[in-house]
Design a protein around this ligand. Structure first.
Ligand code: GLP
Length: 243
């Protein structure tokens, strides 16, 4: 695992954007796996700036998103579909039909999960997967559990995730209780993984995930056995790490 310790969130975002931008330059028709949440916002902002300066071209890029809440329509401002369009897709020259967010509105949830896996396979797999880290160690919405769930699936969100994500909603009662997420195998199949983490709130879980035992109780710990992982984290997030 490569580790980059950055001064702060801004520095983390620029470093992550640099790595993504290198991927796009080296392979213009690459498949990016994308994440939502507050962690990648600065990264997307930086990518948009570079696109506007004509330093980046998304015209051949395809993207697949990690996860989506169940039951939120694309027009709902809290849906990950909305987030991605607002913060990245509408601001760069990516083709609309080359961006894929799991379909949280499909009543046939099994089909929605299978469709997402099929899309990733059809695209030939993910070249670079961007991840954030949940405070409880989740990646995507793979919550702490007794076993790793392999493929894209529907998940019951844990109390701690609902609480952590309620900051984006008016009322905690509005936070969906279920989501679709890529599974652990889906994520681990990506050629490269880039995980970004910031803030002292995540210091404990960073230490457990990357220096503790590999266990489904801390889903991100599985990344320790991936062949090409880059962790970009700020000083606060790495403050308990033995480095
Ligand atoms: C959310 C998302 C994850 C994200 C994580 C961290 O629940 N499903 O994909 O990485 O939690 O979020 P944040 O970056 O806002 O701390």
């Amino acid at each position: 695992m490569k580790i980059f310790k950055t001064r702060d969130y801004y520095d983390m975002s620029r470093k992550a954007a640099n790595i993504i931008s290198a991927q796009i330059i080296l392979k213009p028709d690459c498949v990016l796996g994308l994440a939502t949440g507050s962690s990648p916002l600065g990264t997307y902002k930086q990518l948009v700036e570079w696109y506007k300066k004509e330093d980046l071209d998304f015209s051949k890029v395809s993207t697949v998103n990690l996860d989506e809440y169940r039951g939120l329509s694309p027009q709902n401002e809290q849906s990950y579909y909305y987030f991605m369009h607002k913060n990245l897709f509408s601001q760069v020259n990516i083709r609309e039909n080359a961006t894929f967010v799991p379909d949280g509105m499909n009543n046939d949830i099994e089909k929605a999960c299978k469709d997402h896996e099929d899309i990733i396979n059809r695209l030939g797999g993910i070249d670079l997967q961007l991840l954030g880290l949940g405070e409880n160690g989740h990646i995507g919405f793979n919550e702490p559990a007794d076993e790793f769930i392999k493929d894209t699936h529907c998940v019951q969100l844990s109390r701690s995730t609902i609480e952590a994500n309620s900051r984006f909603f008016e009322d905690i009662k509005d936070v969906p209780t279920q989501a679709i997420t890529m599974g652990i195998r889906t994520i681990m199949r990506a050629d490269k993984i880039l995980i970004i983490v910031n803030g002292s709130k995540k210091a404990k879980i960073v230490k457990e995930a990357f220096w503790g035992p590999v266990t489904p109780k801390v889903p991100a710990s599985i990344l320790q056995i991936h062949k090409d992982v880059t962790l970009v984290a700020d000083e606060a997030a790495l403050s308990q790490a033995p480095i």
